[in-house]
Write a protein that binds this ligand. Structure first.
Ligand code: TRP
Length: 333
């Protein structure tokens, strides 16, 4: 059996945090040994809603590349590349645009939620509305058989497969390959304030690059149980951020279970569980931060350039097949 091909990516709109680590980075470190993995820094997609702020995107490309290396993604094993360096992806997007209706794009639940969240209903650009088509181009260019995603990305995978079916039928080819979403098994990490999701925009995340002091301050500011006032009070585990993070990051499950039992009963203070979580996170994040500090911009540029070249060759091959199928390949350059 041939190896699975994986395509994953992140929008460069800031540094990566613990939610990314538990939800995807750890999985990518595993996948790079068993699959052919492409990891895309989706700067063109980031531009669709940050077109007026390109310097943040550029800075984030390097931040994210450092976060990848620091978390154990090996640029020899995984091909890490920058979306904007592959015009082939833009060209594929143009061909796919004919295969999707505007109404279909407006129905995409993730796009709809983003439009509502950003209140941009009256100013949606074609660039933004069509980013799911461009995402289909990213996925199909690499003939990815697996796309590891969170639930919010399922509509993109569905659209990708619709485009593949339609393209292959209309142009009488089998050059495009259907893909499968691999849903993350870990639940979404909640923010340190107890809000549903750790995210940059809510300013409630612990970053892989945070200093020991920042980590400590964030852990000690975590939302716990507002009714757990005295140490002797019984406390609640549900919605308690400290326990959610212990579940996600502490390998000693038995110890966490005994802490939970004690906390429920009463007699265990927030300071004790926060100190313990702080120790766990410091231990996990110290090697990541140290590795992050050893990579410089020149090294990042070197491996990104190699990654872009490798990725380009693959995308170029698919684009050739697509153009052959449609009949727009006239000359060999
Ligand atoms: N839409 C993804 C996100 O918001 C990023 C992304 C762009 C992506 N192209 C992709 C993810 C292709 C998987 C496959 O995080």
């Amino acid at each position: 059996m041939s190896k699975d091909i994986v395509l994953t990516g992140d929008r460069p709109s800031g540094r990566l945090h613990l939610g990314h680590y538990i939800g995807s980075l750890k999985n990518r470190v595993l996948l790079q040994d068993s699959t052919t993995q492409f990891i895309m820094i989706a700067d063109i997609q980031a531009l669709t809603d940050n077109f007026d702020n390109p310097s943040v995107i550029k800075k984030s490309v390097y931040e994210i590349a450092s976060d990848y290396i620091a978390s154990g993604i090996d640029p020899q094993k995984s091909t890490i590349f920058i979306q904007s360096q592959l015009p082939e992806l833009a060209e594929l997007t143009i061909y796919y645009m004919n295969l999707v209706s505007i109404a279909r794009l407006h129905r995409n639940p993730t796009v709809k939620a983003e439009i509502a969240q950003k209140s941009i209903a009256s100013s949606i650009s074609p660039g933004f509305l069509c980013y799911p088509i461009s995402q289909a181009a990213d996925i199909t260019a690499f003939k990815a058989t697996i796309v590891p995603v969170g639930e919010d990305q399922l509509p993109m995978i569905e659209l990708t497969n619709e485009i593949v079916t339609k393209f292959n039928r209309i142009y009488n080819t089998d050059c495009l390959v259907h893909t499968t979403a691999q849903l993350s098994k870990t639940p979404r990490l909640i923010g340190i304030d107890g809000k549903a999701k750790a995210s940059k925009s809510l300013n409630n995340a612990i970053y892989l690059s945070d200093s020991p002091q920042e980590i400590r301050d964030k852990v000690f500011s975590m939302y716990t149980d507002p009714l757990h006032i005295k140490v002797s009070d019984p406390g609640s585990i549900e919605g308690n951020v400290v326990f959610s993070y212990l579940d996600a990051f502490c390998d000693d499950v038995d110890h966490v279970d005994s802490l939970k039992a004690q906390y429920r009963k009463g007699g265990l203070g927030d300071t004790v569980i926060k100190s313990f979580l702080n120790d766990v996170l410091q231990k996990m994040l110290t090697p990541i931060r140290e590795k992050r500090e050893t990579v410089n911009k020149k090294q990042l540029d070197e491996f990104l350039q190699i990654g872009c070249m490798r990725a380009k060759q693959v995308a170029q091959q698919t684009l050739d097949e697509v153009k052959n199928a449609i009949g727009t390949k006239y000359h060999q350059f």
